[in-house]
Structures are given as structure tokens and as C-alpha cells.
Design a protein around this ligand. Sequence first.
Ligand code: GLU
Length: 509
Amino acid sequence: MPDITKKVRVRFAPSPTGGLHLGGVRTVLFNYLFARKHGGDFILRIEDTDQSRYVEGAEQYILDCLAWCGLNPDEGPQNGGPYAPYRQSERKDNYRKYAEQLVHDGYAYYAFDTPAELDEQRQKFPNFRYGHENRDDLRNSLNLSQEETQALLEQEVPYVIRIKVPVDDTVHFYDMIRGDVSFDTNLVDDKVLLKADGMPTYHLAVVVDDYLMKISHAFRGEEWLPSAPVHILLWEYLGWKADMPHWVHLPLILKPDGNGKLSKRDGDRLGFPVYAMNWKDPKSEEITRGFREMGYLPEAFVNMLALLGWNDGTEQEIFSMEELIEKFSIERVSKAGAKFDFEKAKWFNHEYIKKNQVSGIKNQVLEILKAKDIHVQDNEYFDKVLETVKERMTFLQDFWDQASFFFEQPAVYDLNAVKPKWSDAKTEYFKELIKTWEGRKEWEALNLETVFKTLAEEKDLKPGELMLPFRVMLVGGKFGPGVFDIAVLLGKEETIQRIGKAIIAFTEE
Ligand code: GLU
């Protein structure tokens, strides 16, 4: 149970280095649901202290993804908040004093080793890790005299500040998904906290900011678990242990085939997106596909992600945002990784397209058509067509494949489906059908079907054998919604014209 004495404040803390993986969006979602459920705050904090990894446009892209998903933060670089700024690069001056305090208290030290010296160590020891095994032999304030260290600092010799991880100890912490977790400190290296350029590393910045921003629960991917002991030690060394957030390390999203974290490469290999939206690498200009551009509805995307590693204990799979907020609980997040299943992901989108009102999707469909240079009128007819075919669409892009025949006569027919069984009797039947329908005033599916079948019986033909050719006449192929519904939508004149035109095509040698 969350600590109810503390206001729920959660954060999504991405480093803006590229496209947003669906695992990242799921972290956003779980943060958001938890905050909403407990009347808390959801914060977006941009962790951009590693300037070598700065990627232009990546922050805006993250903001756009969150907006598309409807998971907008209460506080963040865009809308500000009481703990602004929310971009770590703009908080640079906050961190040094904590690093210095750690040095002062004996929990960290200055390390003056040059990159060349460290390279030399790596050459000598392929598994080199700066830590208790070798720190006494390296150039740092643990070995240098106070005067030597002071002199180096005054000469402005570049240095980093490293945490001094204790020897032969165990770091314990409680994770709300995993329970008790412990790490042998001998396996943890002395991570850099403050870099030579004065910027903090992720490890220092994440702890300082979670503290200063009064974060109550830290949700993040399981891949951050190995960093947790460093963070726990920092919480302790900085004297903030009582304010440490509850830890929630979320299970990985796994490849559909085999083990391991789902990567962008798996998506490319297996033909599905892994990013929320299209991401264009500003350097290579390479575009990585996203769910949004594939015609995924944001509600479906969010619902699908919620079920990757969480369920409410029943068989229910379709949840509105309100239901997710009401039902979400950390206790029901599984420890095991969740295999990503693209077929299932498609199913969610299909369900959402089906259950959406036409008004909820029509603008997006019209946009897609416009982009393909297909111009259809936005009118009542278009609405009816969309209403009829949305049941058959997995993606918004499928509209034209499913519905083009409503706007233009078939250019080709699936003759293989019709010709082998075509006969003069069928030609006669359809000619007669045209005559009968021409005289009709009302044009309604049930009546059309009755006339169609009665006439077949009169001619001693099986209605079942006439339906397929009729469909091909109207559609061009063997797909689409109910054939009489199609006829009703096309209208009398158009239907009759299509029958007439097709009879010629079917009887030609
Ligand atoms: N900046 C880290 C990231 O890119 C945040 C990890 C955390 O939430 O502690 O995911």
C-alpha cells in the first residue's frame, strides 16, 4: 500500500536521446494512472545532463507523444510548476553542492585520472571497473594527501567526483513489485557523480531531483535496477533516507520471439513499430515508424500498453481511461516480463475503431485520404460508408482498401471467382433483376434481399450462387460488408448501372 501520509508525486524522467519506445510510454501511463488514482501529481522531468547524447528535437517529440496519448503532466518543462525548472540542464547549479557535501562527509572523492590513464587501465584489465579493488592505486583524493588534492583543485586540473561504495556490505531495499531486493556492494563500481564539465551524471541528478521535487514513488523500467544500489546509497549518504521514494521497477517488454527486451531492431525485423510516433533522426534523417502514423488510435495504444504487464485480475481487456484509473494497482503489475504480441496489439486497435463513433475518427481518416491524394466529400454519404466499414478496419489506413468501391466503380473484377460458374440463366436473372428493381420506389436492404431471393426461386436458381457474383458486380472482389447494405448505400441508379456493366464483363469471352 502506498504511504498515504505522503502526497503522491510521481515522475517520468526521460533522457531525450531519440524516439520514445513503447516501454517508455507504458512507464508514463503507469505513473499517470497511479497519480490520478491517488489524487497526486504527475511530473515530467527532462534528464538531459549528458550533453554528448543531446539529440535535437527529442524533447519536443516526447512532449508530442504524451500529448497524443492524452497523458499530460501536471508539472513539466512546458507548463512549469512549483519545482521549476524541470529540465536538468537548467538545474546545473543545484547539484555540485551535494557532490561536495558527499566528499566532505567521506562518501565520495575527487578523481583526477585522465582519460588516457583510464584507457591504460582498461587495456591492462579488460574488466576494469573503478572501485574498491583498485581505487587505492588510482589518482584520487583517497590516496593523495590533502595538500596534493588542494593543489590540483587550485590548478584547475580536471576531475570528477565519484561515490565511494562500501566494501563487503549489502544494500537492501524494498521494491513494490519485486519485494526485497539486495545487492552485494563489492559488485558495484564507484560511479561518477559529477563530471569534469561540472554537470552531474544521471545517478546524482536523479536522486537530488527526486528529493527536491518530493517524489513519493519512482516508477522506471527494470533496466534501471542495477543502478538502484548507487541511488539507495546516495539517499542514505545525503541524509535523506526518510524521504526516499517507494521503488517500482516495471517488468521489461520482451521480444515476441525469444528472450530479451523488445528493441527497435526487433520491430524492423518483424515489421511493426516500437516507437509511439514516427521519429526522424536529425543526423541521419532516417525515419523510424510509430504507432500513430500506422493508424493506431491513442486510446487503443494506451489500453494495449496498460495490459503489458498489468491486469485487473479478470478477463477484461478493454478499459476506458476512467476504468484504468480506478482499477490500476501496483500489486497487480507482474514481475515477469511481458511478451509483445503485435497481433494482439492490432486487435485492440480494431476494437477501438469499431466502438468509436464515426465523428471520433472521421477527421483522421479524411486526413489520411488527403495525404494519399484521394479526395472524397465529407458528407452524410461518407459518414454512412465509414459507419459500415469501420468494423472491418484494423488501422485507419485500411479505410480506402475496404471502401474505395463506394466512391468509384470497380475497375477490375475478380473474374476467377465468377466466370467458371457463370451461365446464360444467370445473365437472364440479373437482367430481370434490373427490370424489377428499376420500378421500385423504396430502396432498403431487407426488401432488396426478398426480391432478390424470390426472383431466384422463380427462375429455379439458388440464391446462394447469385450472391457472390452480385457482390463482385458491386465491389469488384469477394470482400466487404453485407451485399444488400452495399446496394442500399450505393443507391438504386448506381447499383443497377454496376449490374449492367458487370454482366457484359462476365459474359465476354
Ligand atoms: N533518465 C532515465 C531514463 O532515461 C530515468 C530513469 C529513472 O527513472 O530513474 O530513463
